[in-house]
Design a protein around this ligand. Sequence first.
Ligand code: 13P
Length: 287
Amino acid sequence: MLVSAKEMLEKARDGKYAVGQFNINNLEWTKSILQVAEEMKSPVILGVSEGAGKYMTGFKTVAAMVKAMDEEMKISVPVALHLDHGTYEGCYKCIKAGFTSIMFDGSHYPIDENIAKTRELVNVANAMGMSIEAEVGSIGGEEDGVIGMGECADPNECKQVADLGVTMLAAGIGNIHGKYPANWKGLSFETLAAIKEKVGDMPLVLHGGTGIPAEMIKKAISLGVAKINVNTECQLSFQEATRKYIEAGKDLEGKGFDPRKLLAPGAEAIKQTVREKIELFGSANKA
Ligand code: 13P
């Protein structure tokens, strides 16, 4: 069931668990994530970066694929189709394409410009019944060409953006896209608590979910995080399983070259990663 992310995130905030956003790259990714969400009776958010959208030939293709799969697979759990780290133009493209949720990442603009653009997009998203995520501070590292310095968000700026009526707010708290370096200092719970204090009920979003230790995830949820984004970890699971298949020479046996066989171990590995995350985030049986 394709829906805006608003209700599922408010329920998660009240129930003290988090909904996973899993980024998609193609049909296998989407199918694996939807299968696990349905199997575990968990709400889920499918994240699409601008790069992934382009790779799949455009947001219209992505929306058509997800809508059709949701129907053909008879998915009964709530699913939001969400633009990840969207530009101003990208947001309008996804609104037109039939996404149910957008993220406007104006974190690289001066705060006044971030606020002005977010305000405009909040009005459009509200009118369309879509959810909208905004970002303050920045997520470190690189994701699909979006590079952040990883500075912690200013709680007062978070309040200014939350007051615009966004559905959920991503705030930098020392989190990083991709693998965490060995000398990573961990999440800044001090910043998270200070933000929570300012923004009250606003569901908070934790980006860079790959590689954050389980205890930190749980603590972040207890401090108001209601959505956690995972991308790299599914890519690594897929890569590892595919490498094993090929290194074992399975692609050379019989019809092992058949793409449906060649991609199957990777797809199974994605499913296992998604299962573990849903378990950790506490969203199983919350659909
Ligand atoms: P990871 O790739 O580190 O899991 O981050 C995902 C993310 O935050 C998507 O916006």
